[in-house]
Structure formats: C-alpha cells, structure tokens
Write a protein that binds this ligand. Sequence first.
Ligand SMILES: *[C@@H]1O[C@H](CO)[C@@H](O)[C@H](O)[C@H]1NC(C)=O
Ligand SMILES: *[C@@H]1O[C@H](CO)[C@@H](O)[C@H](O)[C@H]1NC(C)=O
Ligand SMILES: *[C@@H]1O[C@H](CO)[C@@H](O)[C@H](O)[C@H]1NC(C)=O
Ligand SMILES: *[C@@H]1O[C@H](CO)[C@@H](O)[C@H](O)[C@H]1NC(C)=O
Ligand SMILES: *[C@@H]1O[C@H](CO)[C@@H](O)[C@H](O)[C@H]1NC(C)=O
Ligand SMILES: *[C@@H]1O[C@H](CO)[C@@H](O)[C@H](O)[C@H]1NC(C)=O
Ligand SMILES: *[C@@H]1O[C@H](CO)[C@@H](O)[C@H](O)[C@H]1NC(C)=O
Ligand SMILES: *[C@@H]1O[C@H](CO)[C@@H](O)[C@H](O)[C@H]1NC(C)=O
Ligand SMILES: *[C@@H]1O[C@H](CO)[C@@H](O)[C@H](O)[C@H]1NC(C)=O
Ligand SMILES: *[C@@H]1O[C@H](CO)[C@@H](O)[C@H](O)[C@H]1NC(C)=O
Ligand SMILES: CC(=O)N[C@H]1CO[C@H](CO)[C@@H](O)[C@@H]1O
Length: 811
Amino acid sequence: MAAKLLVLLFYFYVTMTLAVVSARHVASNSTTKNTKDVVFQDDMAGNFSGYVCDPLRYKNLGMDIKAFAFCDSSLPYDVRAKDLVDRMTLAEKVRQLGDTAYGVARLGLPKYEWWSEALHGLSNVGQSGSKATFFDDIVPGATSFPTVILATASFNESLWKTIGQAVSTEARAMYNLGHAGLTYWSPNVNVVRDPRWGRTLETPGEDPFTVGTYASNYVRGLQDVEGTENATDLDSRPLKVSACCKHYAAYDVDNWLGVDRYRFDARVREQDMVETFLRPFEMCVKDGDVSSVMCSYNRVNGLPTCADPKLLKDIIRGEWKLHGYINSDCDSIEVIMDDQKWLSDEPEDAVAQVLRAGLDLDCGNYYTDYTGNAVAQGKVREADIDRALRNLYVVLLRLGFFDGSPQYKSLGKDDVCSKEHIDLATEAARQGIVLLKNNETLPLDHKKVKTLAVVGPHANATDIMIGNYAGVPCQFTSPIDGFAKYAQVKYKMGCGDVACKNDSLVFPAMQAAKKADATIVVVGLDLTVEAESLDRTDFLLPGYQTQLINQVSAVAKGPVILVVMSAGGVDISFAKDDPNIKAILWAGYPGEEGGQAIADVVFGKYNPGGRLPVTWFFNNYTDMLPMTSLPLRPIDSLGYPGRTYKFFNGSTVYPFGYGLSYTQFSYKLLSAKRSLHISLDKLQHCRDMNYTEGAYKPSCPAVLINDLACNDTVEFTVGVQNIGTKDGSETVMVYGAPPRAITDVPIKQLTGFQKVFVPAGGSKEVRFVLNACKSLFIVDYKANQVLPAGETNIVVGDGVISFPVEVSFGH
Ligand SMILES: *[C@@H]1O[C@H](CO)[C@@H](O)[C@H](O)[C@H]1NC(C)=O
Ligand SMILES: *[C@@H]1O[C@H](CO)[C@@H](O)[C@H](O)[C@H]1NC(C)=O
Ligand SMILES: *[C@@H]1O[C@H](CO)[C@@H](O)[C@H](O)[C@H]1NC(C)=O
Ligand SMILES: *[C@@H]1O[C@H](CO)[C@@H](O)[C@H](O)[C@H]1NC(C)=O
Ligand SMILES: *[C@@H]1O[C@H](CO)[C@@H](O)[C@H](O)[C@H]1NC(C)=O
Ligand SMILES: *[C@@H]1O[C@H](CO)[C@@H](O)[C@H](O)[C@H]1NC(C)=O
Ligand SMILES: *[C@@H]1O[C@H](CO)[C@@H](O)[C@H](O)[C@H]1NC(C)=O
Ligand SMILES: *[C@@H]1O[C@H](CO)[C@@H](O)[C@H](O)[C@H]1NC(C)=O
Ligand SMILES: *[C@@H]1O[C@H](CO)[C@@H](O)[C@H](O)[C@H]1NC(C)=O
Ligand SMILES: *[C@@H]1O[C@H](CO)[C@@H](O)[C@H](O)[C@H]1NC(C)=O
Ligand SMILES: CC(=O)N[C@H]1CO[C@H](CO)[C@@H](O)[C@@H]1O
C-alpha cells in the first residue's frame, strides 16, 4: 500500500465545488446563524469530529432529522444502513465507494476519508490532499511503538493487545480533535515466507500461527469496546476503531531483481494456501473479529486477488463470516488494468469484476469514476453497489460515526503521547529485544563501566527506529541518549550512513573503543535496504559495516557488544564466532524509545526474553532458491530447500524462536495426557494419507477436522524453574511434530506459547490446554485440514522436553 500516493487534484476540485453548492443550500434554508461555517467545516472540508445524527447538527443544517430513518437509533444497523443507501441516487452512491467518500449534502451525510494507518502507532500515511490522520501544532505527534517484527519477538499476547488499546485510545483522542479517522488499514498479517522480503518489519514473522495470534490480539486491542467483547450479535458489536487485516493473499514479493508486486503472479498450491497464506487471515477474522480485510496487488494463480470471487466472497464472507467490509490496496484496480492488463479489460469491466467478486471499497478513484458508467453499460447491478455500501455503513454505525461514542468523548490532547503510552513503547521494545550471544559479559555493571564508546551507523538512530507506516513520534531516545543515562558516552559514527560505502570513519571509532571501559557497536539495515517495494538480495551488513565491527572489536579496551537493528535476519556468523565480540543483541526497529530500551537491557535494568520471529539464514540461502518460488516444502527436483523453520532442515545462523536470558530456566514435564481416542459415528469418515514406504499405516489414517466435534484437548503442565540468579521472563514455546510416517508434513509447527515471569530461584507451573483439532491438525496434499492418527510429538522449547500424543479413531 501507499506506493502510489496520488495527489488527486480532482479530489480538491470536487470538494471545493460541493462546498460552494452546500453553502448556497444552507444559506437559503438556514434557520440559525453561523450555519454556513458549520456546514463548510462539517460536511465538506473533512476533519469531521462530531457524529452524523446529532440533532443540533441537523437543526443547524436546516434539516429535519426525524425525516431520516437512518438516524433512528431504535432501528437495527442493517435497516438504518439500507435506509441511507436507498435514499441515494446512483450518482451519489458511486461517490461513496472510494477511500474518499464525498458524502451527500442533502442527506446531511458528511465526507469521510476511509484511509488511515496504525501499524505501530498512529501514522500520517495516506492519500495526499485528503489525509484523515495528520499532525500539526494542535497534535504534534503520537506514540510510535516498536515495529511489529520487534513487538512480536516479545511473544507476549497481552502486550500485543495492550499496544492496540493504547493506539486506539490515541486514535479516539485525535478523532475528537478532528485529526484522525476511525478506520485503520492495519495490521499487515502476511507471512514472511522468504527472508528477503522487504516488508518483514511490518509483519509478525514467518510462522502463520504466530502471525494469526498477533493479528487477533492487536485487532482486539484496536477494536474492542470494553464490556462488549463478548457481544453475540457481531453485526452490531460496537467498535472502538476499525482494524483491517491485509494484504490478502500470498502477498510477499515487493521488488526482487525486477519482479515487482504489481505484476507478480504467485503460483500457489492450495495446500500452501490453506496452511500458510490464508491461516493468519482466517484467525484474524474468526478469532479477532476484524471489521475489514484488504486484498493485495499481486495475482494468485493468474487471478488478481481483488477480482477473485472465491477468495473474497466465498472464503472471507462465506466460510469465515466477516462482519465488515473488503477494501482494495491503493489503486489496485488501476494496477489490474495497467500493470496486469488482466483480460485487457475496459475500466468498466474491471470495476464490474471486482465488485462482483465482493470488493466493497476501492482505495483510489476507479469505483468513483467508472461504476456509474458500468451500470449504464449494463455491466454492474445496482444491487451490488447497494450491498457494498451497506457493508460500509454498518461499520461506520458500529463506530458511533452516526450516533456518537459517549465513552470516548472525554479523550483529548492529554491522551496522546501520555507518559503511560511512552512507557509502554519503552517496555514493548525491552520485551522484544533478543539476546543472541552473551559470553559472560552482560549485563554491564554501571559501577564499573564509567566510559562507553558508542559507535556505528545506528548509534544515534532516530527515525530509523520507527521504520515505515510511522507518524511523527512524541520524542526520540536514540542509543547514545539511552546510554548517556548509565555512563559517559563517546559517540563515533564509524560509517557515514547505513550504506557505509568507505572506511574513512572507521579509525575514529577504533580510537574511541581503545579508551572506553566498554564499546557498543550499533549497526544494521534501514529502509534503503529492506522496505516496501524493495526486497533484499543478500543477508550481509551493507558496505564496510562488517569491517567496522571487526576493526573496532580487535582494538577495543573493554568488552564489545554488538547491537543489530534490522527486520530480517543478517548473516553475522562472523561475530557469533568472534571471541572479541562478547555479546550480541537484536533490536529490530525498536520504536521511539528504542535507545532507552537497548541501554536498559545492556545495563541489566531489564532482563531480555525476546525470541526471534524469523529464522536467520546463512547468506548462501539466497543462492539456493529464487524468491519467486512459492512452495514452502522443499522441491527436490530443482534442489530447492524448504522454507521457514517448518520445512528448512539445514543449519542456520540463529533458528526461529532463539533467544537467551541473563538467567537460566529449566523445564520439567509435570503432567500430560498422552493419548486421545475419538469414537466416530457412521457419518464421520476416515481419510487416506500418503505414508512413507514400508511404514505402518493405521486403518483410519485421518479425519477431516470439519467432521469432528473438536472438543478433545491435549493437556499438559510444564514446570519452569529459574535456576539462575536474576529474575526474568521466559516464553514457553510448544510445537507439534506430526507423525513422521506421513509424507511431506512440517518438521514441527508452533501450536502454543505462554510468557511467564519467574523470579530468581522460583518456579512456575505453566498449563497448556490445547484443542486437539487446532493444535494437531495438518493440511494434506489435497488441502484438507485433517487430524491425523498416530503419534504427534509435542516439543517444548528447543526440545528439552518432548513427548508423544497418540491419536486413534474407532467406530
Ligand atoms: C483540516 O485539516 C487540514 C490538514 O490536513 C487543515 O489544513 C484544514 O485547515 C482543516 N480544516 C478544518 C476545517 O479544520
Ligand atoms: C468475555 O469472555 C472472556 C472469556 O470468557 C472473559 O474473560 C471476559 O471477562 C468476558 N468479558 C465480559 C465483558 O463479559
Ligand atoms: C543525533 O541525531 C539527531 C537527529 O538527527 C541530531 O539532531 C543530533 O545532533 C545527533 N546527535 C549527535 C551527537 O550527533
Ligand atoms: C567517505 O565517506 C565519507 C562519509 O560518508 C564522505 O564524507 C567521503 O566523501 C567519502 N569518501 C570517499 C572517497 O568516497
Ligand atoms: C568466549 O570467551 C572466551 C574467553 O574469552 C573465549 O575463549 C571464547 O572463544 C569465547 N567464545 C565465543 C563464542 O566468542
Ligand atoms: C551455507 O553456509 C553455511 C555456513 O558457512 C554452511 O554451513 C553450509 O553448508 C552452506 N550451505 C550450502 C548449501 O552451501
Ligand atoms: C533435508 O531436506 C532436503 C531437501 O528435501 C533433503 O534432500 C535432505 O535429505 C534432508 N536432510 C535431512 C538430514 O533430513
Ligand atoms: C499422495 O500424493 C500424491 C502426489 O504425490 C497425490 O496425487 C495423492 O492425491 C496423495 N494422496 C493422498 C491420499 O493425499
Ligand atoms: C465431545 O462431543 C461428543 C459429541 O457431542 C460427545 O459424545 C463427547 O463425549 C464429547 N467429548 C468430550 C471429551 O467432551
Ligand atoms: C506481558 O506484557 C504485559 C504488558 O506489558 C506485562 O504487564 C507483562 O508483565 C508481560 N509478561 C511477562 C511475562 O513479561
Ligand atoms: C437548495 C435547497 O436544497 N433548497 C431546499 C430548501 O428547503 C426547501 C424546503 O425544505 C427545499 O424544497 C429546497 O430544495
């Protein structure tokens, strides 16, 4: 999204024209003074901050609110939405189908800008000229939390939800001030299938279950109105703000060796679709009850995703039962026309295709410009437009756009960038930071370490820490600022920038390291290396960064600590093995308070417990397979290895889930249910599975999970003991390794995790009650989700505990 930011002068033109019409209308019908101003501000210039069905507003508009059933709060939302849509002419309807919905002055319906972003805090990314969310003197900034890849590394569900709650509180406060919208096209829940992907920083990593779990927590944090989380009528469940899971689906190539996302056709097997690409979206809709899904730019097996009725109408609405709207990525329809030249359509045909497929809202101007014509040409039914608009207005009704949201009325300036939120941003970064190496050095003792050399291209990182889809942060605490609170800092850049094209600044950094009690080298990547529209082609540190690290650590007087800022993995195997480098931390892109969090971890104010959400591959992985090959499983005929920890069996720099602590934890299995017998009735059929030759095959190899009651659980308790000397948090990760006799199953797959705090010397019992269908299922060759018979190995952590759970079926 957002690559094609168009300054649509047309938008200004229409807005201004309408403003004049409306002002005239009010002047001739006004009953109160100042109505002209009210209408101008309210309806036409945007920045609407009230609620539509405010009786006083209609009075000021010179209209009788009682004439409009859509303002009757005693009626159900779907009835009100239908009433509103039915009052519009066709021309008025099509003007509401773009991200800028122009409103209908004669109905008192104001303009609304649908596009806002809140990936890790409120962002001012959006359509130039009609930005719903923006900063100025009144609201100069909003809290910029760590990028998603780092927040994910905390593996702490309540943290993810708490961040969502803080962001939506700031959104409501800014909405009240006329500075924000109510509909946010976040989070990005595409799986990092390939480690080269440029948008890794926006995502929760390579594991579909983690991505889906992050999505549903963040979405609930954004959307849920306290006290109504469990409402049973999901069509009227109130929304704090509306979230959107994107980009649906199989979207994970941005620009790799000239293959760009607009033209890329992802050739995907249905097995991978169900198992990997769709799963986070399914969890986001079913568990998170998200109110919007965005289709992507790419094609899947030849079809543009936004034009695929199976993907949109059948799966999202039909199978998953989305309560909300489906929108396009920005200018997707234009991409279908101009870049993909799909079916060589006329714009009216393209519009008809996507509308029929189930696309409700177009980020762009194709719907607005061509849908009227498409109806006139007989290519679109007006009823399909009505359906789309009803989906949109029900969401706005749930948001209180029509009736107001008294519970958020008191939020204002003080609720944006509050101390509480800035502290949460710091805490989130601390929880995410991953300790990759510690050769008996960290934490540093601030009583002994009086002087610090802080060197490297990211030593004074500021905006690099907030990545993309950011706004204006409240403030920045860079690494040198953070460390200055613990020791006297000597700062040398070492490199002119991230590209580090020459070594002219290395020597001063070495000089600083020679004199300091300890040296921190802060290196890594930024948006010039990995970003939207920019995939990587290698996993190396750019330019002379490696040389900087090696030369500084060779001469440093004190211990050297390497800090890496990046989203994707970097091949730092040289540093892992170098005895001169005592410790390594990965800090993702840690948000506005990143420097504080890094310093707190280095000096032991916080004991790190983050875990890598992506595998860190050796650089030679890039030679083994092209980014454009979509299958997750190895392709032996082409010599391609598998993808992600689920299918790659080679050695890595650091594996998925890796992360150390300043203390040690030991695990003990306290109890476990080790077998599960499920009695089938005559309508529950067995499914065949492919077994390796010669392996024992049970008479009933598997059953579709849709055919099962799915009320059986796998239950066990792990005792986690902190056997070190420091308090700390530990994430207990649980994998299932499917029966090995079945061919082509994942090596293992994450199926649960819990983060627990355990004081030094203490222990905690961590109980897992996993639904057997959800935790032990596999996706077979024919893309069925089945529960297999046989032994699934439950693996806890890196394998110190593993035990089989035996599943059998009988009639
Ligand atoms: C709306 O916000 C824009 C900034 O995007 C500002 O220039 C304009 O003055 C605001 N309009 C009103 C009526 O507040
Ligand atoms: C909603 O359900 C959850 C899980 O059962 C429960 O913990 C929570 O208290 C409920 N919330 C309300 C407001 O009833
Ligand atoms: C650190 O970066 C900030 C923002 O770019 C800049 O204002 C400041 O001067 C830099 N500090 C040093 C010591 O170079
Ligand atoms: C080397 O990098 C420095 C800092 O970025 C720059 O000022 C200088 O011009 C570069 N020198 C050469 C020879 O490219
Ligand atoms: C850890 O430190 C010891 C003592 O300095 C050294 O012998 C060893 O090689 C180091 N290990 C690594 C992996 O850096
Ligand atoms: C890739 O590099 C790693 C580290 O040097 C090495 O262990 C591995 O064997 C290499 N793999 C291939 C396929 O060359
Ligand atoms: C690893 O996977 C490759 C690709 O399928 C396969 O050829 C190889 O035998 C596997 N190695 C091990 C040790 O399982
Ligand atoms: C077994 O695998 C083959 C392809 O290798 C496939 O055609 C067949 O449908 C699979 N059978 C089952 C039961 O999944
Ligand atoms: C699961 O549901 C089935 C059918 O409703 C029932 O017969 C069975 O006893 C239940 N099993 C458990 C473990 O609750
Ligand atoms: C998880 O995050 C929450 C919210 O920040 C925090 O209160 C809690 O301590 C964290 N849990 C652990 C085990 O660190
Ligand atoms: C310009 C305009 O909309 N004028 C309206 C003013 O109010 C009268 C009576 O309600 C309408 O008939 C006009 O159309």
